[in-house]
Design a protein around this ligand. Structure first.
Ligand SMILES: *Cc1c(COP(=O)(O)O)cnc(C)c1O
Length: 396
């Protein structure tokens, strides 16, 4: 595919080496060189997050869900260390393919697909798909010799920040009937999947869903179905924002215990997105101006909720934000985005130094569901994406 026809936004790779926590002169130098706003993606952090989750969930094949941060550098970094991938659209499949990822390392998890979506994924070589109803199973009849399907079951974590089981997934009670329909259609169902919701503060619903799936698998077997041999436990693994969450080892311990109680020989998968991408992203924005309104300072940035901070709207996230210059008098201020819309406010009451035009503001934990959901409202340029620390330890 030629560069101009690429479905991807401008994604740039830079050989910058940057050691976290990033020092002020380094960030100032990057802005001087590449402009503002910037979204820095730290590939060292991508690697560390993947490895930490892999260690917390031994025996579980981690498939990075591209949705939170569909960036070349992230895919390339994860590919190098043996990760698998979870794609949900033709664009995501094209992105992993462009990085030379083998299709056997990918699953397609969108529960609702057009025939063209299935065909595109099959042409790339993906064989594992997800369905959650009779109509979707029917779409695989013509491809039945080439696909295996996971049934997505809905389990809702009441405490998840983002509910992903309202829109997708079948009622657990519907699984036996769906298995029967699949058998009649000749569509091979090999397992179950779920996604209890994103940024779940406790593992309670993961554990309950694993136990419920185990019971569904036993019932299917007893009902004479081919044994279900795959369990995909989805994503949801939480990260610190303004509020810290439990360490991932503690979060995964009861999940490990629940998985250990399953029959041996099951293939276990997970689809982490946020956990891998979130901590890797840092946004650097610049104050464009300020005003004193109604007894308060307003500082205006060149990035806001229509840009990298879009996750404050769509993802209900509150990012840790600080000024790079951290001296002198502090004031409680409003931090506003660049568009002419009044909703474009990053924080209504944030303690900051008395900033002025040109000062830099840094948002951390901003890799997931940030630039991915940003737009070009007001025709304001999105943050430029810069990947740093692209090559493994030892590279310059
Ligand atoms: C969004 C999504 C994910 C990633 O979820 P996180 O909570 O970010 O880990 C995984 N799988 C599917 C099907 C999704 O839609």
């Amino acid at each position: 595919m030629s560069k101009s026809a690429s479905p991807f936004r401008s994604r740039e790779l830079h050989p910058e080496r940057l050691i976290a926590p990033y020092a002020r002169p380094e960030l100032e130098a990057l802005v001087a060189r590449y402009g503002s706003p910037l979204l820095l993606i730290d590939c060292d952090v991508v690697r560390a997050q993947y490895q930490r989750l892999a260690a917390a969930l031994p025996g579980v094949g981690l498939h990075y869900a591209l949705k939170p941060l569909p960036e070349l550098a992230v895919v390339a970094t994860l590919k190098e260390i043996g990760a698998c991938f979870d794609v949900a659209s033709g664009g995501e499949a094209e992105l992993v393919r462009s990085q030379g990822v083998a299709p056997e390392r990918c699953i397609h998890t969108h529960p609702i697909k057009r025939d063209g979506d299935i065909r595109d994924a099959l042409r790339f070589g993906i064989r594992t798909f997800v369905a959650d109803n009779v109509d979707e199973l029917g779409k695989f009849v013509r491809h039945r010799r080439r696909v295996e399907v996971l049934l997505r079951v809905a389990f809702r974590a009441a405490d998840a920040v983002c509910d992903l089981s309202r829109k997708f997934g079948c009622d657990p009670a519907a699984v036996p009937e769906l298995l029967s329909v699949a058998r009649r259609l000749g569509v091979r169902v090999t397992g179950l999947s779920f996604h209890v919701g994103s940024q779940t503060p406790t593992p309670t619903m993961h554990v309950r869903a694993i136990e419920a799936c185990a019971a569904l698998m036993r019932a299917a077997h007893a009902g004479g179905h081919e044994p279900l041999s795959v369990l995909d436990i989805g994503g949801g693994f939480p990260i610190d924002y303004q509020q810290p969450v439990m360490p991932i080892e503690q979060f995964c311990a009861p999940i490990r215990a629940a998985l250990a109680a399953l029959p041996v020989g099951l293939r276990l998968l997970a689809e982490p997105g946020r956990y891998i991408a979130g901590p890797a992203g840092t946004v650097v924005a610049t104050v464009t101006g300020r005003a004193w309104r109604d007894g308060r300072w307003w500082f205006y940035l060149d990035d806001g909720v229509y840009g990298s901070f879009s996750g404050q709207i769509y993802d209900h996230a509150r990012y840790p934000v600080r000024a790079l210059r951290d001296d002198g008098e502090r004031v409680v201020a409003v931090l506003a985005g660049p568009t002419c819309d009044s909703i474009d406010v990053v924080d209504d009451a944030i303690e900051l130094p008395l900033l002025e035009a040109g000062d830099l503001v840094v948002g951390s934990q901003m890799g997931a569901y940030t630039s991915a959901s940003a737009g070009d409202f007001n025709f304001i340029r999105r943050a430029r994406v810069l990947a740093v620390n692209q090559h493994g330890a030892g590279a310059a």
